[in-house]
Write a new protein. Sequence first.
Length: 626
Amino acid sequence: MAEKKKGLIRRFFGAIWAVYKGFRSTVLNIIFILFVILIGSAIFSGGDKVEVAKTSALYLNLRGDLVEEKRFVDPFAAIMNESLGGQEETPEVLVSDVVAVINHAAKDNRIQAMVMDLSGLGGASLDKMLAVGKAIENFKESGKKVFAYGAFFAQNQYFLASYADQISLEPMGAVILEGYGSYPMFYKSALEKLKVNTHVFRVGTYKSAVEPFTRDDMSPEAKEANIAWLNELWLQYKEQVAGRRGFALDNFDETFASLYAKVAAAEGDLSKYALDNKLVDSIQTREEFRRSLIAVVGKNDKNTYNHVTFGDYSKLVLPAKQFDNPMTEKVAVVVARGMIIDGTAKAGTIGGDSTAALLRRARHDDKVKAVVLRIDSGGGSAFASEVIGQEITLLREAGKPVIASMGAVAASGGYWIAAPANEIWAAPTTITGSIGIFGLMHTLEDAMKTLGLNVDGVGTTELAGVSAGLPLFKGLSDPMKDLMQLMIERGYTEFLTMVGKNRNMSIEAVDKVAQGRVWTGRMAQEFGLVDKLGTFDDAVARAAEMAGLSQYDVKVIQQELSPTEQLFVDMFGAAQAKGWVPSFGQSMQNRALRQLSQQVQQDFVLMNQFNDPNGIYSYCLSCQIH
């Protein structure tokens, strides 16, 4: 009987194993077939030829967030996720690509006008939009008209639209300019209900990065600091837009009462409100707008105006790969975008080791005579920031000047890696400073008791088990807390000392404008934290000047893809662009709930990226604006 039972059990598990092998084989075969189809399509299709009519408009239909550097996305994983109905990551558009396309179109005799469709534009900081705006102004100076048309203009979209010669709005459209705000999610009570204990170690009156985990609201100090730089950004936004649109700063509605009065005067019609207040120039249906453009550039065989999309025109004018002339001297550019973490990281995140390696390549390249470090980061690991800072110091010692060029954000660790540079250049709207240090740890000793769990044992010293995560389950003793605070205070002193040494300031002077407080670029220059206000191009020109270069090439030093990664990018990237990969449906979610879930997810993903070996961080959470 026992043998019979054993036989039945063996057959049962054997059947399960056979089903599993069959299922695995089927899935692998399907993936292989899809892969072969995609490669065959890419090889034999030849692609659609992009043609530009003799008189045409550049259709600037930007889709996604404007960024300095695109984050690395595994193309195979992304396409499989999309095909199976997963949520697509927010697309990204390189500012440099947009600028290059517009500047080329300005000199192209076939391009007679530009039409901006900004409905797909997502996140974009003022400094990035100003760079695109400068290219639009260059386009207009060539004698060509710029038109913006849409059903709804959000704040970023309207900022770019304000560069147009004419803004047209659909009859049921709207323009909503809400100003800037910083509204992080707070988790203190939620963590308490989950019996999770939060331990904070910090230096800096205004270092508010840990507040979402220690409070249920924003502290008065954080509100005081945040409203100062938010007001500065909003003022610069209003000055820019008002100057281009030709109306006064008080034309912006900053209270519901003011907005209500103007909308009521327009009988509740938001498009009329926009027209009455000179936010737009005309109300047009899509057909009316099409006819007006046909009169400018002519009609195509699809009964609309002649145009070439941003994506198609990019294929014609952007080089497939940067040509590196080995004979010319170079100003190297290294982009540092995203969270600063210890170790290596792909594009879109700053790895201490990987970013230092890019700087080291520039140091050992005899043709590189100067370096521009383009920073767009709210900081992160203090240890990783110092690793990067050491490489910048070595570049300077090698006789190669380094210019730190600040983008949207260069705060906390982002400022740490800027400080060792020969000069720091920022945009007036850059969010910087936040010079402070903190440590954050969550422990589960109370949750363990609630669940009836316990960790116990013995060790030869009080320190035994710390590296294995014992404090997570047992909590922090008072001596451990004292030690952590001592380390944080030492880290803050090192931060101040490093900034003071590189900026020729006393520690007391640095501390006065530090304490974790956030400043705009314009404010930071007044305090000596920034040398010059200017664009990325200004920083490149200054680097060349300091290196004594009259003729030079700009060389972007970036991580190289592995052969396998490059294959997937070439094959699957092209397939995704042409729509060869089938989609099995997308779920629709309420926008507000979606944003809420994304914020919670981003906050905890952020915390998961905190991997400093000493548990010491310089990060600016309040630098995220909405």
